[in-house]
Design a protein around this ligand. Sequence first.
Ligand code: NAD
Length: 295
Amino acid sequence: MAARIIDGKASAARVTSRVAAAVSALQGAHGIVPGLAVVLVGDDPASGVYVRSKGRRSVEAGMRSFEHRLPATASQVELLGLVARLNAAPEVNGILVQMPLPRGLDPAAVIEAIDPAKDVDGFHPINVGRLASGADALVPCTPQGCMILLEEALGSLAGREALVIGRSGIVGKPMAQLLLKADCTVTIAHSRTRDLPGTCRRAEIVVAAVGKPEFVRGGWIAPGAAVIDVGINRLPTPDGKGRLVGDVAFAEAAAVAGAITPVPGGVGPMTIACLLRNTVIAACRQRQVRLPDGL
Ligand code: NAD
């Protein structure tokens, strides 16, 4: 039986329209317009595309967008100075420093310099700790997006066997925390895991965040499992444009799984939608107003 395709574009559009409704309710009731500041250091073209699209999408949702560009030659002191100004700016509710940073800049120090209340990426150690301890945290956007897709596809996740492949701080680890919070039985696999295919075959939920094209094979997937493919890998094509594939061999896995996300059009669109959502959550917490219903 062919798997149901989980439509991340449609789900992201629903999240974004809930964000837009929340922004309009906040403005109406409290005069609050959430603001997102995005910092780009250097001139990496892919990062430039992400930053522009984050700004455009914030404005489309009714929020304020502040774009700050520094040259690749900017010093750590200059970057930390900008972060300090954004921390102090009342019109800025969320701060995102686009990664990767140019060589010579220390990403961990920059993340730690961001006010945890404005850390809409959810990478600050305070938010990492709050998520791990079960407190209210700003949660990293990509894993949050995966959770929304899973809950829409499966309803309650309680008691399910979930496997996260990958243990990075931006995807794998927070994903495992969120699945645990949703009462799954969670396994985290990584580059040193023995018998990954066998571990995978026991999972009812597989989240692949490895960064290796079509790494997870169809034969590893349990019949009926839900497969969330976080990977974004560009394979070369003769026309030079390249082709995007995930970390899962899609056609093979879709023949066995119960539900699966495509690449592109699965997890990808959820990340920006959850960034906008985090900005609204951050604004509400900073201004101590109740989160609008339905967000
Ligand atoms: P990363 O390189 O930081 O981490 C990869 C993880 O995969 C590591 O923890 C490693 O232990 C694990 N791994 C490597 N080889 C393995 C193996 N042979 N068996 C099992 N595990 C293995 O990558 P990341 O930042 O977590 O990103 C993972 C993928 O997700 C990338 O393709 C990235 O482009 C994509 N990504 C997508 C979004 C999105 O918006 N959709 C966001 C972030 C990352």
